[in-house]
Design a protein. Structure first.
Length: 180
């Protein structure tokens, strides 16, 4: 097994988008799961990367994105996910964490083989990020208990697509060997 990275997509959110209430309903368990994954990553020496929407605020810093999310409708879902000093942070303007960001370069420099995906929403940004990781020949692992969807049926369909079409592993975070 090669080197891994935990990629957290769009979790620093003010929860002001259409459908945010539905997404936030199951978010407490997902946030707790992601926090546990971050702890396991620290213990295993696995780097953590946040890729977050900038919502057309091209001058926003990592701190600004976090503060704006904290000032939103669900600070309880944001506060536990504050990026720590060693965590990397990418601003993304589109669905995929790869599109227009230095993520591919970073993963290449770190000699990463496996991308572990967490975040929201499963049928959009997580799916598109998984596809872009797949076409770049990374092993993709989607942490089923650490993703949120807008539409449960589409979320299930997206997980099936990632598994069937991209060869992604769809697992609970407790099943992951974090040393890899």
């Amino acid at each position: 097994m090669g080197k891994s990275v935990l990629l957290i997509v769009d979790m620093l959110s003010p929860y002001d988008f259409t459908g945010a209430e539905a997404v936030a309903e199951g978010a407490e368990a997902v946030v707790a799961g992601i926090e546990e994954c971050r702890r396991r990553c620290r213990d295993a020496g696995v780097p953590v990367v946040f890729a977050n929407d900038i919502d057309d605020r091209f001058s926003g810093s990592r701190e600004t994105i976090f503060q704006d999310a904290l000032a939103g409708r669900r600070p309880d879902l944001v506060r536990p996910l504050e990026p720590a000093e060693p965590d990397c942070f990418m601003h993304k303007g589109q669905h995929s964490a790869f599109y227009g960001t230095p993520l591919a370069h970073l993963l290449h420099e770190w000699a990463v083989d496996r991308v572990l995906l967490a975040g929201q929403v499963t049928e959009q940004c997580v799916l598109y990020t998984a596809l872009d990781a797949h076409v770049r020949h990374y092993d993709v692992v989607v942490l089923r208990d650490c993703v949120l969807d807008l539409d449960p049926e589409l979320g299930v369909a997206a997980l099936r697509m990632m598994e069937t079409n991209m060869g992604a592993e769809i697992v609970d975070s407790t099943e992951v060997d974090w040393r890899g």
